[in-house]
Design a protein around this ligand. Structure first.
Ligand code: NAD
Length: 293
């Protein structure tokens, strides 16, 4: 394997372990984070300019689209033509397209590649990448995706990685709510939770939320429900992704009533009902404590 000089911007919960895995695989990784965070095996740059100058590859893992646009505007002038720019943050489709365009105008190969798999996937190198960009950019990025993850799907042109991510998470938010409200209904009907799981997980109501991430403690495979609803995937991150899906639906003039309902419910949960900092499956105890109307 040839080794690359990689600049990694944003060494947070996800970025730090991803950068550490690239360094462990033999790449020379230089990191920069405004919070001064570091990662194992990763050199520290004093500023953004130093972290991107002379690099073969620049990777960003940032909180949102406006920060991505700001970082890209500052970084692109220091990146040579032919550099590969991979953004792994989850951002709005417009910011992803805008960033790709700004990079490609300078002959930089750009790809939007949001991930699923969470902090555990980042640490274990088992993330899934959903990538949008040219064939050439994807081919160049693929060996790095293979280090940080177990699967990379080339979804299409710039922005389509983000599109795949927010459509997936819209389904996830909706099915988690449906699974939780069905458990709460089953409780009130006197149905044993284990029996509910045994039936639904092998019937047409099954889903990843029920089968792989069951929101009921002690039922199904181990999940955040078995750990006091410690995240996992925090409710506020689900709210972020549901907001992005509604923003995209607005832009594309798509009718997404269930996605909007899920967004509104997670907003209520996170902002008014103490859901912040809890796993997104903590919707179940929320429903348990409520009555109709
Ligand atoms: P985080 O807040 O832990 O990390 C983001 C980092 O970016 C922070 O350390 C912050 O200091 C840094 N940063 C902010 N502005 C910067 C700037 N201008 N220059 C350099 N660094 C800057 O967030 P995270 O959990 O690591 O998530 C990163 C991205 O991955 C988000 O877009 C999130 O939606 C997405 N994501 C997170 C998860 C998860 O489970 N945490 C899962 C999938 C996707």
């Amino acid at each position: 394997m040839s080794t690359s000089k990689i600049g990694f911007i944003g060494l947070g919960n996800m970025g730090a372990p991803m950068a550490a895995n690239l360094a462990k695989a033999g790449h020379t990784v230089t990191g920069f984070d405004v919070a001064g965070t570091t990662a194992e095996g990763v050199g520290v740059a004093p500023d953004l300019q130093t972290a991107v100058t002379g690099m073969d590859v620049v990777i960003t893992m940032l909180p949102n689209g406006s920060i991505l646009r700001q970082v890209a505007a500052q970084a692109i002038p220091y990146m040579a033509a032919g550099t590969l720019f991979i953004d792994c943050s989850t951002v709005d489709v417009e910011s992803a397209k805008n960033t790709s365009e700004a990079a490609e105008n300078e002959d930089i190969l750009a790809i939007d590649a949001p991930v699923s798999g969470g902090i555990g996937g980042a640490a274990g190198g088992t993330l899934t990448f959903m990538a949008g960009g040219s064939d050439a950019a994807f081919a160049k990025a693929k060996p790095l995706f293979d280090i940080m993850g177990q699967k990379a799907v080339h979804c299409g042109a710039a922005g389509s990685g983000q599109a795949a991510k927010i459509c997936n998470n819209m389904i996830l938010g909706v099915t988690m709510i449906a699974t939780c409200e069905a458990f709460a209904l089953a409780d009130k009907l006197g149905l044993d939770r284990q029996k509910m799981f045994d039936v639904v997980s092998t019937s047409s109501g099954y889903s990843w939320s029920m089968n792989a991430y069951c929101p009921a403690p002690g039922i199904g495979p181990k999940s955040p429900a078995d750990n006091g609803y410690e995240p996992g995937f925090a409710a506020e991150l689900m709210l972020k992704d549901l907001g992005l899906s509604q923003q995209a639906a607005e832009m594309a003039n798509a009718d997404t009533p269930m996605g909007e309902l899920a967004r509104a419910l997670y907003a209520q949960f996170v902002e008014d009902e103490g859901g912040k900092g809890k796993d997104f499956s903590a919707m179940l105890p929320r429903f348990e404590g409520r009555n109709r109307g």
